[in-house]
Design a protein around this ligand. Structure first.
Ligand SMILES: *[C@@H]1O[C@H](CO)[C@@H](O)[C@H](O)[C@H]1NC(C)=O
Ligand SMILES: *[C@@H]1O[C@H](CO)[C@@H](O)[C@H](O)[C@H]1NC(C)=O
Ligand SMILES: *[C@@H]1O[C@H](CO)[C@@H](O)[C@H](O)[C@H]1NC(C)=O
Ligand SMILES: *[C@@H]1O[C@H](CO)[C@@H](O)[C@H](O)[C@H]1NC(C)=O
Length: 436
C-alpha cells in the first residue's frame, strides 16, 4: 500500500522539480542575490554542506550527538568581552568599504583578510593589498587600544597551507615570513583561517601538522617578543562549527594550548545544494523542535557548547555572528517556510536583506531558532537582524564565552543604505550589548 504513495510522491516531486528548474532559468531576481560577487562564502558553505555525507554513511555518530547543555557556574561578571570584526580588503573604490569608514569604536579587534601561503611564504593575495593592510593598521594611531590582525586563508584560500606545515623546515620558513610581514605592516597578530585541515582531499597528516605549526608559531612569537616587542603577537584560528569537520580537522585540547582565541564560524549551516534543495537558515541560534540527529546540531548554540566539551575554554571562544545571508530561489512562491523546496541559491548582505523587507518581503521571526527569514515571490533569505543579533549576544554573555566574532564589517549596512540612521547597525547593537 505504502509503495503506491511513495511512487506517486516521487513522481510528484520529479514533476515539480522539473517545472521549477525550467522556471528558474527565467526567474530574474530583482534583489540581485549574487551581489556579493564573492565566491568565498559559497566555497566554504559548500564544504560545510558536504559534511553531511560522512555522517549519513556512519549514522551511529548522529545518534551520539547530545543536545543538552551543561549548567555553568561562575559566568564572568567583567565586561571585557572581545568584539572581533573581520574586514575584507576589496581594493579602493566607493562601492567597497574603505578603512577610513570603519567605526573603530565598535570593534576591539579587526582582522583583515585574506593573505595566502605560496611557496611556504605568507604573501598578500595581491601586492597592492599591502597598501590596504597599512590603511587598516594606521587606524591604531587614533585608537591605541585597537588590535589589528592579518588573516591567512579564508574560504577558498587554503591551497598553500597544507604543504607549508608538513615539515619543520617549511614551518620555519612560513613562520619567519609571518613575523616579517606582520612587523612590516604593523599588525598585532595573525589569524589562521585554514578551511579546512584534512578536509576535501587535503592530507591526513594535516591535523597533526597543524598543531606542530601552531606550537612552533607560539614559540616564535614568544622569542620574538623578547627580541623586538614588549607585547606578544596575537594568534587566533578560525574554526569550523559542524561536527564532522570539528572531528576530522582539529586536536582541540592542543589547539587550546597555543591560541589566544578561536573564531567560531557559526554560519553557513544551510546553503542551497542540489542534494539538499531546501530552505534553511544561515546561522540559527538554537535548534527547532522538528530538527533531529545531525540536523539538530546545525546551530550556533550547539557548536559553541561542543567546542567547550571537546576542550576549548569558554573564554577563548569568539562566537561568530554573520552579517551576510544565504538566499534561495523557491520552487514555488506558495511554500515558503523552513525546508521549502528550492531550485537555486545565492547571498545577500544585511543592507540588501533589510531593503528586501522594506520593499514588501514578508519577515518571519522564528521563535525557536531566534532568527528571522523573509520571502517575496520566489526569493527566500535566512538572515540576521537587530532582533537575532540581540538574542545571540545575550546568549553568548549568559554562557560565559569570551566574546563575539563578526563576519564581516563589509556586509553590515556600513553606508546607511537601508537604515538611513547610523552606519553599522548590527555591529553597533553588538557593541552596545557587550559593553553593558
Ligand atoms: C544505522 O542505524 C540503524 C538503526 O539505528 C542500525 O541498525 C544500523 O546498524 C546503523 N548503521 C551503521 C552503519 O551504523
Ligand atoms: C561610532 O560608534 C559609537 C558607538 O555606537 C558612536 O557613539 C559614534 O558616534 C560612532 N562614530 C561614527 C563616526 O559614526
Ligand atoms: C621558493 O622559495 C625558494 C627559497 O626561498 C626560492 O629559491 C624559489 O625560487 C621559490 N620558488 C618560487 C616558485 O617562487
Ligand atoms: C514573481 O516574479 C516573476 C518573475 O520575475 C514575475 O513574472 C511575477 O509577476 C512575480 N509575481 C508576483 C506576484 O510579484
Amino acid at each position: 500500500m505504502w509503495e503506491k504513495y511513495f511512487i506517486s510522491g516521487l513522481i510528484l516531486i520529479i514533476v515539480l522539480t522539473t517545472l521549477a528548474l525550467t522556471n528558474s532559468l527565467n526567474y530574474q531576481d530583482s534583489y540581485n542575490i549574487n551581489s556579493l560577487k564573492y565566491s568565498a562564502h559559497h566555497e566554504r558553505a559548500e564544504k560545510i554542506q558536504q559534511a553531511v555525507f560522512p555522517l549519513l554513511r556512519q549514522n551511529a555518530s548522529v545518534d551520539n550527538v547530545r543536545i543538552s547543555f551543561p549548567v555553568i557556574s561562575g559566568v564572568k561578571t567583567n565586561t571585557d568581552y572581545l568584539l572581533v570584526c573581520y574586514y575584507r580588503w576589496q581594493g579602493e573604490g566607493s562601492q567597497m568599504l574603505q578603512p577610513s569608514k570603519i567605526n573603530t569604536t565598535l570593534c576591539t579587534h579587526i582582522i583583515v583578510g585574506f593573505a595566502l601561503v605560496k611557496n611556504n611564504t605568507l604573501v598578500p593575495a595581491d601586492p597592492s593589498d599591502i597598501h590596504g593592510y597599512e590603511l587598516v593598521t594606521g587606524l591604531k594611531k587614533t585608537v591605541p587600544n585597537l588590535k589589528v590582525m592579518l588573516s591567512v586563508g579564508g574560504g577558498g584560500g587554503a591551497k598553500g597551507i597544507s604543504p607549508s606545515v608538513s615539515t619543520s623546515q617549511n614551518r620555519a620558513k612560513l613562520i619567519s615570513s609571518i613575523i616579517s610581514l606582520l612587523s612590516k605592516c604593523n599588525f598585532d597578530g595573525i589569524d589562521i583561517d585554514w578551511e579546512f585541515p584534512v578536509w576535501d582531499g587535503s592530507s591526513l597528516e594535516d591535523k597533526k601538522n597543524f598543531i606542530l605549526f601552531l606550537r612552533d608559531l607560539r614559540n616564535a612569537i614568544n622569542s620574538e617578543r623578547k627580541n623586538y616587542r614588549n607585547k606578544p603577537l596575537l594568534l587566533s584560528v578560525a574554526v569550523a562549527a559542524v561536527l564532522p569537520i570539528m572531528r576530522a580537522s582539529y586536536d582541540i585540547p592542543s589547539l587550546a594550548k597555543y591560541v589566544d582565541f578561536i573564531n567560531l564560524m557559526s554560519y553557513d549551516y544551510h546553503d542551497f545544494t542540489w542534494y539538499l534543495p531546501f530552505t534553511g537558515h544561515n546561522s540559527p541560534l538554537y535548534k527547532r523542535k522538528d530538527e533531529f540527529g545531525y540536523f539538530a546540531t546545525l546551530n550556533t548554540a550547539w557548536s559553541a557548547e561542543e567546542w567547550v566539551k571537546k576542550g576549548m575554554p569558554r573564554s577563548k571562544i569568539m562566537v561568530g555572528i554573520p552579517t551576510y545571508a544565504h538566499t534561495y530561489i523557491l520552487a514555488t512562491p506558495y511554500i515558503h517556510g523552513f525546508n521549502a523546496p528550492a531550485v537555486g541559491g545565492g547571498e545577500m548582505t544585511y543592507d540588501e536583506a533589510c531593503n528586501f523587507v522594506k520593499n514588501g518581503a514578508v519577515r518571519v521571526f522564528d521563535k525557536e531558532s531566534q532568527v528571522p527569514y523573509a520571502y517575496k515571490n520566489r526569493t527566500w533569505v535566512g538572515y540576521d537582524d537587530l532582533e537575532s543579533v540581540t538574542a545571540k549576544v545575550k546568549w553568548i554573555k549568559s554562557r560565559g564565552f569570551g566574546g563575539v566574532m563578526t563576519f564581516d564589517l563589509n556586509c553590515d549596512d556600513w553606508n546607511s543604505v537601508c537604515d538611513k540612521a547610523l552606519p553599522f547597525p548590527l555591529h553597533r547593537r553588538m557593541y552596545e550589548l557587550l559593553k553593558t
